[in-house]
Design a protein around this ligand. Structure first.
Ligand code: ZN
Ligand code: ZN
Length: 295
């Protein structure tokens, strides 16, 4: 099959991915073989390709927002019929036995595998994945619309869940890329007001088009105090700015897998029971709930 291989991480401008012919994978026990129709490009792919996340295997096929068609079931795999349309996301597999898996926190598993990072991903014609970690793709979503839901969408959804929003809540987004442009649609569906801070003027425009109450620069103060905010941009300097805009008891959710250092800030910004929480990966339940909502 044809695939994009990463051997040595480098700046994307140097074209570190090599387009090559490699062996088509065979489905192992409990796995399915999927013919890839589309694979989204995520910011995390860039972190992997440029080496901001340390390399785990080489060569590697990146990509973890895969939509495709089940072609073959491995030994014992019975969940999907041949021809079913499915999605493969970042969480490739967990051990199912560690203290976190047993506590229903499989997103924090001690021995996880990640698609397109610790195992081969979807920048290829074929991919194998464990049937238990594959999502059925709801009808009515085009392949190319479903793909970005599998990471940007699911992670954005988990961030919204962690923000513990109620109807009428005021929610800030810092950075307005793939995850935020999906999450705003969920927030609107929940009756939440969105305030978008992003340095990119095209993204400010998109936020307003998608129904944001306000859009401003990345470090601009929104016109009102916020109940919660999600930081999607991988820039630590946003954290003190975002804390400043939160009401007492407000929640600050950090959605990225990688972030530059957070500068020190006065305790006053955090005091009054404001909270900071990072989001790591997702559970299968997040994915299933979100895909249903998206459809
Ligand atoms: Zn585990
Ligand atoms: Zn991703």
């Amino acid at each position: 099959m044809k695939a994009c291989l990463l051997r040595t991480p480098a700046k994307i401008q140097e074209n570190p991915l090599q387009f090559e012919e490699v062996a088509t994978p065979a489905p192992g026990s409990g796995q399915i073989l999927i013919r890839v129709k589309v694979c989204g490009v995520c910011r995390t792919d860039l972190h992997v390709i440029e080496g901001e996340l340390p390399p785990k295997v080489s060569p590697l096929i990146p990509g973890h927002q895969v939509v495709g068609i089940v072609e073959q079931n491995g030994l014992g795999a019975t969940r999907f019929a041949k021809g079913a349309r499915v999605g493969v996301a970042w969480l490739h597999k967990t051990d199912g036995t560690c203290e976190y898996c047993r506590r229903n926190e499989e997103n924090l598993c001690n021995a996880p595998l990640f698609t397109g990072y610790t195992v081969n991903g979807g920048y290829a014609e074929w991919i194998v994945a464990p049937e238990d970690f594959v999502y059925p793709i709801p009808e009515g979503l085009a392949d190319e619309h479903a793909a970005p839901l599998l990471c940007a969408g699911i992670i954005g959804y988990r961030c919204l869940r962690m923000a513990e929003l109620t109807r009428g809540a005021k929610l800030g987004f810092y950075g307005f890329g793939a995850a935020a442009h999906v999450a705003i649609q969920v927030a609107k569906n929940w009756g939440v007001e969105v305030y978008a801070a992003t340095r990119d003027e095209r993204h400010q425009k998109l936020a307003l088009e998608l129904g944001a109450k306000w859009a401003g620069g990345g470090l601009d103060a929104p016109p009102t105090q916020l109940d919660a905010s999600v930081v999607f941009a991988p820039a630590g300097e946003i954290v003190p700015t975002a804390l400043k805009a939160l009401r007492k008891g407000g929640r600050l959710i950090l959605g990225g897998i990688h972030m530059s250092d957070i500068p020190s800030f006065p305790y006053d910004l955090l005091y009054q029971e404001r909270m900071i929480r990072s989001v790591a990966n997702n559970t299968r339940q997040d994915g299933e709930e979100f895909l249903k909502l998206a459809a």
